[in-house]
Ligand binder design. Structure first.
Ligand code: SAH
Length: 317
């Protein structure tokens, strides 16, 4: 389906104005001059990573620049980094001294493996290692970080939790989609497309979610896009409601499909998109027409600088 077109009530700004923005964004990137070695001796007291501890750390959605300084501090001190499938490999180069251990599992597999991961973390901590448990996004958002933390605490292992930028917020920001906007929503709901068994989350109260949230952000929703779209339509969300699917967000392969709730399943089937993907339902998707900053950096003008029609309305009032 073609990108959402500007409607008569959502006029496209004349090109010269848009060009001025893009021309500035096309200026060649220079070395920022940022003094990276200064990070070796930061001006604050950074926590020391004691042996025998596990630090549950968010790696962000992919782009290594989205790591927190606490995550970097942890990476620099760790003896082992136990990382998930969604952790961008480049991030591991920030911990050259550490032994990387892959603990990937994808797509809601049974929890036996999860127990193995927790036991592994406990064993490594008991062996006196500084264990960095590195998880994609934020460790406490749909990442089983809470369960791992519980297992560690139950085993008497001291923990620290380092939050990360979650894909449902940072990934959408890279697609030019703000999860909240005063003209659109006062709430946002994050849901998972999988439950513990890996089935679609039909146990969720989609009617309540539909009523309560103008914007719905769905993690792990690709596989079950059809039942999810059906549930939202049955709950009264309009077929014309804008939807975006953002895959491999924040990384060079980032791809964004703009569609509608009614066309989501067909458009996904016709596409070559593969997970990981965030699906976002709601008018926030329209803002991408103005805020797709990556396209602008590549030289394309914004499609519509007033996609909600609010400026036009204010001008005529
Ligand atoms: N703890 C993670 C989420 C783990 S669940 C976080 O806070 O982001 C895994 C799901 O996260 C994926 O199925 C996908 O829906 C989403 N996800 C993680 N990284 C992503 C990325 N770079 N692009 C798109 N979706 C991503």
């Amino acid at each position: 389906m073609p990108p959402l077109a500007a409607s008569p009530s959502h006029p496209v700004f004349p090109l010269p104005r848009a060009r001025a923005i893009t021309d500035r964004m096309k200026e060649p990137l220079r070395d920022s001059g940022f003094d990276w070695p200064a990070l070796e001796k930061p001006a604050f007291d950074w926590p020391v990573f004691p042996p025998g501890w596990v630090w549950l750390t968010g790696a962000g959605p992919g782009d290594p620049g989205l790591l927190t300084l606490h995550a970097l501090n942890a990476l620099r001190q760790a003896d082992v980094v136990v990382y998930d499938a969604l952790v961008e490999p480049a991030i591991l180069t920030l911990a050259p001294q550490a032994t990387p251990i892959y603990a990937g599992k994808r797509g809601g597999k049974p929890s036996a493996k999860q127990r193995d991961i927790s036991l592994r973390l406990i064993d490594l901590a008991r062996a006196g290692k500084r264990v960095l448990r590195l998880k994609g996004g934020d460790p406490f958002v749909f990442g089983r970080g809470g369960e791992e933390a519980q297992a560690l605490v139950a085993a008497g292992i001291p923990i620290r939790v380092i939050p990360g930028i979650t894909a449902g917020i940072g990934g959408l920001a890279y697609a030019g989609i703000p999860v909240t906007h005063r003209d659109i929503n006062q709430s946002v709901t994050f849901v998972t497309g999988h439950d513990q068994t890996g089935a679609a989350t039909l146990s969720l109260d989609w009617h309540a979610i539909s009523r309560a949230s103008e914007v719905i952000v769905i993690y792990m929703g690709m596989k079950h896009a059809r039942p999810i779209a059906d549930a939202l339509l049955a709950a009264g969300r309009p077929a014309a409601e804008p939807v975006a699917v953002v895959t491999t967000a924040t990384l060079p392969g980032q791809t964004v499909l703009e569609t509608t709730l009614g066309a989501l399943v067909a458009d996904l089937a016709a596409s070559t998109l593969t997970p990981p993907a965030i699906i976002v339902v709601g008018r926030a998707v329209l803002l991408r027409q103005a805020l797709d900053w990556q396209a602008m950096a590549a030289g394309q003008p914004p499609r519509d600088t007033d996609p909600l029609g609010t400026h036009a309305k204010a001008a005529s009032a």
